[in-house]
Design a protein. Structure first.
Length: 483
């Protein structure tokens, strides 16, 4: 534990949904749900307006539609989210060399290591300036927690939501934690929480009073020791600049169970290629290929194969995944497939045979166009071909960007019955008008996302010389004065 609250935790507010609201003027202040829109889709993020109606992350989209039938349901736009995340992480990196990203929208920062804070006052001012900078650069809000440990900084940022800052003064940890639920502590999930509840422990105070020996008896030595320390507010984990990934994986859930073995194998091979693309983008290789299959009855099987050495070769991973599939019975139907690589390394074990095969395959594709696959080879006789509505939804995902030769930039509101409806508006502009087109309109095409802020403030010299915020001056007492 530190004597000053110099560990900062940033959590962007309803990140995906907030980014969509900032990009689409017509959705500001309205319920927005981002996630999978198919029959088996799951909510990734819901705006605060949707949360009031009971919608939350990880909820089936079908259930969300029943709770919020008038909300805007959008397919995620990860290129936009990654772009905004890079802007935020760059600001954090200017505060300190020790930044520990947890996801696209969440990170820890060691302010003391960056020399920008050494006590409560300087930490508070830095936190408020960071929130102002994020809003100026991205147009979005983030919540900040400040404390002497990572655990408490994360708890503080949760209390600060939405769009706030909470600082926990060192020495007040036990008093603050005492009335909180045991589920507040890291590592206490539903099962552990229920086990502790049956033992009569529902608050952090109960854990501290029970003592370490009793917690070890209930949940085991390692977990019990850590749980007791957290109940006392003790957490010595450092902020780690580089979090070493243990695996890289991709998976897809299908709207309709796959029964055709040829189709299942094709999907596995496609996922293997996507997995290698992620592996290479991270400049890593891996030694163990893992196949994940969730069947029609929700039973989940995993199979793995360890190679002779680390590889990032798509042919090697694809062939290994296909071999693993041979050992899995898929006759009842498959609802989810995944391919992953573990045992990551920073080097590649050369496999000349695989590389030669991959080169030959690429040369073949370059020389001759791919022949169309007969319908009887593509799908089994008992599977229905995709409808025009399904094809339109895949070509024009709800919420994604488009450009029309005459109307300019817009986004897809929906599609069906051979039509696609587009609202033409841009970030920072007025609410746009809606126009409907045929799904094959030659003047309509997919487009890249536009920046959320057209003319962001220059923070290249931040935090040494912070430009005055357009939204108001920052006070040392913690808080922003609005015009």
């Amino acid at each position: 534990m530190r004597p000053a609250p110099t560990i900062l935790h940033l959590d962007m507010d309803a990140f995906y949904a907030s980014a969509e609201q900032a990009a689409k003027p017509s959705l500001r202040g309205k319920a927005v749900v981002v996630g999978g829109l198919g029959p088996r889709g799951v909510v990734a993020t819901a705006s605060y307006e949707a949360r009031i109606l009971g919608v939350h992350s990880a909820m089936p989209t079908a259930q969300a539609r029943r709770l919020a039938p008038n909300a805007a349901y959008l397919v995620p736009r990860f290129p936009l989210y990654r772009s905004v995340s890079e802007q935020v992480m760059e600001l954090l990196g200017r505060l300190s060399p020790l930044v520990e990203p947890l996801s696209l929208d969440e990170a820890f920062v060691d302010l003391e290591a960056g020399g920008v804070a050494d006590d409560s006052v300087s930490a508070q001012v830095t936190g408020e300036r960071l929130r102002t900078a994020i809003r100026e650069v991205t147009g979005l809000s983030g919540s900040v927690g400040l404390a002497g440990s990572k655990m408490l900084a994360k708890i503080a940022s949760e209390q600060a939501k939405p769009d706030g800052l909470v600082l926990i003064e060192p020495g007040t940890e036990r008093e603050l934690l005492a009335p909180m639920s045991v589920r507040t502590l890291p590592g206490v999930g539903p099962a552990t929480g229920d086990h502790l509840r049956r033992a009569g422990m529902t608050t952090v105070h109960d854990l501290a009073e029970a003592g370490e020996a009793e917690l070890v008896r209930l949940v085991g030595k390692a977990h019990g020791h850590g749980l007791y320390r957290m109940a006392l507010g003790l957490d010595d984990r450092p902020v780690v600049a580089e979090r070493d990934a243990k695996s890289v994986s991709v998976e897809d859930t299908f709207d309709v169970d796959l029964h055709d073995r040829v189709r299942v194998r094709a999907e596995v091979e496609r996922l293997a290629v996507r997995c290698v693309e992620r592996l290479r983008s991270a400049d890593r290789s891996g030694r163990t290929v893992v196949l994940k299959v969730r069947r029609y009855d929700f039973s989940t099987l995993t199979r793995s194969e360890t190679l002779r050495g680390p590889t990032d070769d798509p042919t090697v991973v694809r062939e290994a995944a296909a071999r693993l599939l041979e050992a899995v019975d898929t006759t009842g139907g498959v609802r989810l497939l995944g391919v992953g690589v573990t045992g990551l390394a920073d080097f590649t074990q050369e496999d000349l045979f695989a590389q030669a095969a991959d080169a030959r395959e690429l040369a073949k594709r370059a020389e001759a166009p791919e022949k169309p696959v007969a319908d009887e080879d593509r799908k089994p006789v008992d599977e229905e071909p995709e409808s025009a509505e399904q094809l339109a939804a895949r070509r024009w995902p709800a919420g994604h960007d488009v450009r029309h030769a005459a109307h300019g930039h817009g986004w897809v509101q929906g599609s069906g019955v051979g039509r696609v409806t587009v609202r033409f508006e841009e970030p920072g502009g007025p609410v746009g008008r809606v126009v409907t087109f045929r799904i094959d309109d030659p003047e309509l095409s997919p487009a890249d996302p536009l920046p959320l802020v057209r003319d962001p403030v220059d923070y290249s010299s931040w935090p040494a010389s912070l430009p005055k915020s357009r939204s108001g001056a920052v006070s040392a007492a913690g808080g922003e004065s609005s015009p």
